[in-house]
Design a protein around this ligand. Sequence first.
Ligand SMILES: Cc1ncc(COP(=O)(O)O)c(C=O)c1O
Length: 386
Amino acid sequence: MPTARRTATFTESVIREMTRIAAEHGALNLAQGFPDFPMPQPLKDAACTAIHADINQYAITWGSPPLRLAIAEKYRRWYGMDIDPERHITVTCGATEAMAAVFLALVNPGDEVIVLEPFYENYGPDAILAEATPVFVPLVQPGWTIDEERLRAAFTKKTKAIIVNTPHNPTGRVLSRDEISLIAELCVEHDVYAFTDEIYEHIRYAGAHHAIATWPGMAERTITISGLSKTFSCTGWRLGYAIAPEKESVAIRKVHDFLTVGAPAPLQAAAAIGMAFDADYYNHLALDYRARRDVMCESLREAGFTFSVPEGAYYILADFSQLSDLPDDEFAKWLTAEVGVATVPGSSFFRGGSTGGSKLVRFAFCKKTETLLAAGERLQSLRSLV
Ligand SMILES: Cc1ncc(COP(=O)(O)O)c(C=O)c1O
């Protein structure tokens, strides 16, 4: 019996496939964006305490009250946002579920959703599952900036939403105030939602984090998505959230309820403690990542890759055309098997059929310095091998 047609329209995650290939070859995994160092001890302790305190049953579907309160308080402190934890927040199983639930709750079949390209690979399948049409707007090299005319031209009568991912995976761009203002202006003019993906909001080396929900006219049309995976180095906890106006939250909560019922209760209890961490924690996080970024950039430069230095997030999208004539997927597999460093082929961040990623691979540097130095050493052999 055939499986559902919708599953034939997207492939398995290339990122997770590369993780499997890395394991097969014993390669250093700079493919998938998860840290190989521990998450903060206070959060681990808080999770154990919650389990021992028998917080092990379903939490309220849209999130435990202490966590929602802590999220609202954090957004008030950091971004001056006025959020009612009772009406505006849905806690989900990761930002991944949040984005999928938001698509299913707010986008109708045939609606257009604008996606800046390259893009985090989940947005394509999200659009397909919601039967929406993704409209891709290429970021412009060098520097991966927004082309105002192309973005303007992408807005049509059918546009329902634009995805705003900053800091950006895979390019490391932090969108500027002017770029955010342009997106906000177009959303208001065309009555379009902004679905944000702010999962790297605290991992920045340049520029400020601009929460588009705080722009004039945007509070009522922004769905702010973020989560704990990156900020607290706990990608396996699967905790995220969507902050939305009341009407939209009602719809998102309905979808979320029937997809997952809720996120893990004891981890939500621990997450409330993380949300209250002060600026010191976030400053250290960014400084630690800056040091890792600098190690990785130096190794890649020495090995012969070219790239824009990331302003945020923890990836480097590197051009390997000076090193090999192979297409990106073959180069990535070769690099894993022969050099022992796993990356993600660039084409997985571009629409099907695009050649935009054919000379690119993405390195994730959310790894211990020793892992990055070991990868750097292996990469130095590259020139003699190619
Ligand atoms: C841009 C972006 N959004 C979302 C996610 C996944 O977030 P979560 O672990 O909260 O589902 C990732 C993970 O790599 C990401 O890069």
